[in-house]
Design a protein around this ligand. Structure first.
Ligand code: FAD
Length: 292
């Protein structure tokens, strides 16, 4: 089923993102965690796509398993950095034959060792190029990435938003955001997107904080700012795993509740291939939704 068809039935969607496991043990862990998360009946799940080739086959295998063995509506992330049109076309055929109907199409980051993205006059340079190419086939539902605090290379939303509009006009059916920790960025971003005619669903991406140092690293890499108040809550306990977990879950529950109360069309959870935090957060917000 296409996610756009789900949108007709579900005012809010709840989705879980996984990455391809890199070892035997990680595969077993993932299996256990997917089992736990399936009990929550997610609207759909997604599998990330590793740049540089090493895990691409694992991504496709995992998608095949989740879509066809587990019966989950699955979305394949796919990046175009360094890809030729022939490779993209072949990969799209492969995914289509596996029953995948939903894609998250992205440019991807520069290959390892290259600090800056290199423009290629004969290649796909932006997410919008890939979206345009694939949407011409008219057979997939297409999601794309959005950055409430602006994409790191863009120099700010004033540049990034028109580029996002180009991407949506090229054929993106919905957007999923980069992680953020301050909802105001999301609300302002959605308002500004609407002002320039971006009318599709903009699903907020939420990451549970379960490890202080790890989340600081992610924030730095993605450009997401962690509010001072959140740092003040977490920092004193940075070496106390259990306490950080509890505070992190509480923060995510509050974040999700505020998002949902103020019109967000669901939540996309960056699960980090773990289930416990996402299950705790999800169950808490489900109770809240029921009581509304
Ligand atoms: C929901 C989500 C999922 C992700 N999943 C993955 C994944 O599975 N694998 C992975 O490797 N990465 C993933 N990423 C990261 C993503 O690949 C990087 O953030 C990448 O740097 C940007 O890709 P994009 O398609 O979103 O950006 P684009 O839309 O291509 O934009 C990238 C930059 O180019 C600028 N730009 C766009 N169009 C133009 C134009 N016409 N002229 C000039 N500048 C332009 C934009 O303003 C922006 O600064 C994900 C990101 C998100 C938000």
């Amino acid at each position: 089923m296409k996610i756009t068809e789900l949108f007709e039935k579900q005012a809010k969607t709840f989705s879980f993102e996984f990455f391809p496991p890199k070892s035997f043990h990680a595969s077993i862990d993932l299996g256990v965690n997917v089992g736990q998360l399936m009990k929550l009946s997610p609207s759909f799940i997604s599998v990330t796509y590793g740049a540089g080739g090493s895990t691409q086959n694992i991504s496709f295998d995992l998608l095949d398993y989740l879509q066809n063995k587990m019966g989950l509506i699955s979305m394949a992330h796919y990046t175009c950095v360094g890809a030729t049109a022939d490779k993209v076309a072949a990969d799209m055929d492969f995914l289509y034959e596996k029953g995948i109907r939903n894609l998250m199409l992205l440019r991807g980051d520069p290959p390892k060792g290259e600090a800056k993205f290199r423009y290629n006059p004969n290649g796909f340079n932006y997410g919008s190029d890939l979206v345009r190419f694939v949407s011409q086939q008219n057979r997939f539902c297409i999601g794309a990435g959005a950055y409430p605090e602006s994409h790191l290379e863009s120099g700010g939303l004033v540049n990034d938003l028109p580029n996002l509009k180009t991407k949506v006009d090229a054929g993106a059916d919905f957007l999923v955001t980069q992680m953020f920790f301050d909802n105001q960025y999301y609300f302002d971003f959605v308002n500004r997107a609407r002002e320039i005619g971006i009318n599709c669903r903009i699903i907020p991406g939420v990451i549970p904080i379960t490890n202080f140092k790890q989340i600081q690293r992610f924030a730095e890499l993605s450009g997401a700012k962690i509010p001072e108040s959140t740092i003040a809550q977490l920092e004193p306990y940075q070496d106390d795993e259990k306490k950080i977990y509890q505070i992190g879950v509480d923060i995510a529950v509050q974040q999700c509740e505020e998002l949902l109360k103020n019109g967000a069309p669901g939540v996309h959870f960056y699960t980090l291939n773990k289930s416990t935090a996402t299950v705790d957060i999800f169950e808490s917000i489900a109770k809240h939704l029921k009581n509304q």
